[in-house]
Design a protein around this ligand. Structure first.
Ligand code: TXA
Ligand code: MG
Length: 328
């Protein structure tokens, strides 16, 4: 069995051995599951690109156990990086900072900057510390899904993506459920490249100033491609009125085959439609979102009508993932 208990010290040691030897490991974090390789060996990192089917110039996030290790790979001296790292690490935040020359070249996709993250999940922490004890200072890890697909939030999702050959450290269902927020601190004004559970309002309050929009010259970021995070089924975002009207049209007629609905306001399912009630709070939706999309795929959904999330910064992360899924 490729899935092992991430809370077992033996399993963590086994996974750290695989990493130290240049192999790949799937592991739980608080955001989504990662597909890790040691960041300091280009050949190990190449294994990630190959397994994911991801273009090799797309930079990966390097995960670290300590601030010292973060500073080994990148320069976190800017006031924004200092402040965010101090207040929000360990946690669901990635910082893009200037890369130290010669460090993790392949993991950074050859760019002059590097994405760094200190995850808070105990399984991720245990793995990073065990790897560190074997001389591995950072673990490059994208989300453990094939390129363009929905990120995995359980160990079973990872096994479904990569099969039984991959060792996966199980840490349960990811609490956050969507990928980390990414703040680019490598330029004059920090910019929000990807919202996560941490939204713009919270980050700006902490920084005491506005975050820039990602510019035209923003670094390549696959999570920022218009179509990403897509299930097999087609996702259509609909506002409350449009969704109600569309369901009204279906009343009395046989439901179209493979139709699913994920909605806050419409809480009663007409017969023949696969139905999920969207929770009230953005954090709850983020927690279950990718699981719901995968589950609907498995149940044969071909078309998913999703009610547009309400306005407000706290929904930015969910809105971002849904609009990318809908653009696929
Ligand atoms: O929550 C997460 O961030 C998860 C877990 C496993 O930590 N990881 C994750 O990785 O979402 P990935 O590869 O699926 O998305 C990382 C994003 C990509 O859009 C990538 O292009 C961007 O981070 N990124 C990484 N390094 C960068 C850099 N130096 N400059 C700009 N963007 C960067
Ligand atoms: Mg990803």
């Amino acid at each position: 069995m490729s899935i092992v208990d991430g809370h077992s010290a033996d399993a963590v040691a086994q996974a750290a051995d695989v990493l130290a030897a240049g192999g790949l490991v799937g592991f739980a974090t608080e955001t989504v599951y990662g597909l890790g390789a040691r960041a300091d060996q280009d050949a190990a990192v190449a294994g990630i690109y190959q397994a994911k089917g991801r273009p090799a110039d797309h930079p990966l996030i390097v995960h670290v156990a300590t601030l010292d290790d973060a500073a080994w790979f990148g320069n976190l001296d800017s006031p924004a990086a200092q402040r965010l790292a101090q207040h929000l690490w360990p946690g669901p935040l990635t910082l893009i900072v200037p890369r130290r020359p010669g460090m993790a070249e392949a993991a950074a996709g050859g760019q002059g900057s590097i994405g760094l993250r200190m995850p808070s999940h105990p399984v991720a922490q245990a793995l990073l510390r065990a790897a560190r004890a074997r001389g591995v200072r950072g673990v490059a890890a994208p989300s453990a899904n094939r390129f363009g697909r929905v990120s995995p939030t359980t160990a079973a999702h990872v096994a479904a993506e990569f099969g039984p050959g991959l060792l996966v450290l199980d840490g349960g269902a990811c609490e956050v459920g969507i990928e980390s927020a990414i703040v680019d601190c490598s330029r004059a004004q920090p910019a929000l490249l990807r919202p996560g559970q941490l939204d713009r309002t919270r980050l700006e309050r902490l920084l005491g100033g506005p975050l820039a929009e990602p510019g035209h010259d923003a670094p390549r970021a696959s999570g920022t491609l218009a179509s990403h995070y897509a299930p097999d089924a087609t996702v259509r975002l609909m506002d409350t009125q449009a969704l109600k009207a569309a369901l009204e049209v279906l009343r009395g007629a046989p439901a179209p085959k493979g139709l699913a609905v994920y909605s806050r306001s419409v809480r009663r399912a007409p017969p023949g439609i696969e139905w999920r009630v969207m929770p009230e709070h953005a954090d709850q939706v983020a927690h279950e979102l990718f699981s719901v999309l995968r589950d609907l795929d498995e149940r044969g959904a071909r078309l998913i009508w999703v009610e547009t999330p309400p306005p407000g910064a706290s929904w930015d992360g969910v809105r971002d993932r849904l609009s990318r899924a809908a653009a696929a």
